[in-house]
Ligand binder design. Structure first.
Ligand code: PGA
Length: 251
C-alpha cells in the first residue's frame, strides 16, 4: 500500500511562514520517492493560499477540523462545503487535542466523516488511548470502542475512502513515541477490526502512526507491516525533517 506522510501543523505558522514551509517542501520534492503521498494541513486562514501554491504539484492540502453541517448559524465554524470549494482534499478529524480541549466525541466525529465523504474529501480519522488507559492495558478496547462509534455506521464503499491515524495520546508532542512493536500491535488490531467490514476495506485503508514520529525513529516505525506512514506534528514544521520522513517512507 502506498504510504502517506501527513503533516499536522496545528496552530503554528503565520501566513509568510506557512508559504515558506510549503515552498521549502516543494523545492525538495523533485528527488523524493514518488510512491509516497504527501499531505500538509495548515491552519484555516492559509488553506486557500496553500491549495493555490501547490497546484500542479504532488503536495496535497488538508484541513485540521471541520463542522459537519453544510452551512448555518455556527459562529466561528468552517463547513465541509467551504473546504471543498477551495480544493482541500483531506481533513483531520477526531484529533486528541480536539477531544481533550473541545470535548469532541466519536459521535460528532462520525457526522464529520459522513459530511466529508459526501463532499469527496478524505477524512483522516484519529484514534488512540490515553496514558492511564494503556497502563491499565485497556488500549485495544479503547481504540476498538472509538472506531465502533466513529466508523460503525459506514458501509464498505465509504470506509475504503477513509485514512486512519493511530495516535496514542501519551506520545503526542511528548518526545515519547510508541515502540515499533506497540505501533504494529495496535495497527494489526485496527486492521483486524476493519476486516469485519470486508477484506476490501482491510486492504484499502491506510493506517498512519502519529505521536513524536521523527526522522530518528521513523525507519523502524514505517518498517512495520501494518504502518502505512505517519501523521506528523512537530517534525512536519520544518521542510528538512518533513521531506526526510517522506524519503524514509519510500525506502
Ligand atoms: P507530534 O504530533 O508529532 O508533535 O507528536 C502528532 C499529532 O498530534 O498529530
Amino acid at each position: 500500500m502506498k504510504k502517506i506522510i501527513a503533516g499536522n501543523w496545528k496552530m503554528h505558522k503565520d501566513r509568510a511562514e506557512a508559504a515558506a514551509l510549503i515552498d521549502g517542501i516543494l523545492q525538495a520534492s523533485g528527488d523524493l520517492p514518488s510512491d509516497v503521498d504527501m499531505v500538509v494541513a495548515p491552519a484555516f486562514p492559509f488553506l486557500a493560499d496553500a491549495v493555490d501554491r501547490t497546484k500542479g504539484t504532488r503536495l496535497r492540502i488538508g484541513a485540521q477540523n471541520v463542522h459537519a453541517a453544510t452551512h448555518g448559524a455556527y459562529t466561528g465554524e468552517v463547513s465541509v462545503a467551504m473546504l471543498a470549494s477551495i480544493g482541500v482534499q483531506y481533513c483531520i478529524v477526531g484529533h486528541s487535542e480536539r477531544r481533550q480541549y473541545w470535548n469532541e466525541t466519536d459521535a460528532e466525529v462520525a457526522k464529520k466523516i459522513g459530511a466529508l465523504l459526501r463532499a469527496g474529501i478524505k477524512p483522516i480519522y484519529c484514534c488512540g488511548e490515553r496514558k492511564e488507559e494503556r497502563l491499565a492495558e485497556r488500549h485495544f478496547d479503547v481504540v476498538g470502542a472509538q472506531m465502533k462509534e466513529a466508523l460503525g455506521g459506514f458501509n464498505e464503499a465509504e470506509l475504503k475512502r477513509i485514512v486512519i491515524a493511530y495516535e496514542p495520546v501519551w506520545a503526542i508532542g511528548t518526545g515519547l513515541n510508541a515502540t515499533a512493536q506497540q505501533a504494529q500491535d495496535m495497527h494489526a488490531h485496527i486492521r483486524s477490526l476493519l476486516r469485519t467490514h470486508g477484506s476490501a476495506v482491510t486492504d484499502a485503508v491506510p493506517i498512519l502512526y502519529g505521536g513524536s514520529c521523527k526522522p530518528d525513529n521513523a525507519a523502524e516505525l514505517f518498517a512495520c507491516p501494518d504502518v502505512n506512514g505517519g501523521l506528523i506534528g512537530g517534525a512536519a514544521l520544518d521542510p528538512g525533517s518533513y521531506t526526510a520522513l517522506v524519503r524514509i517512507a519510500g525506502e
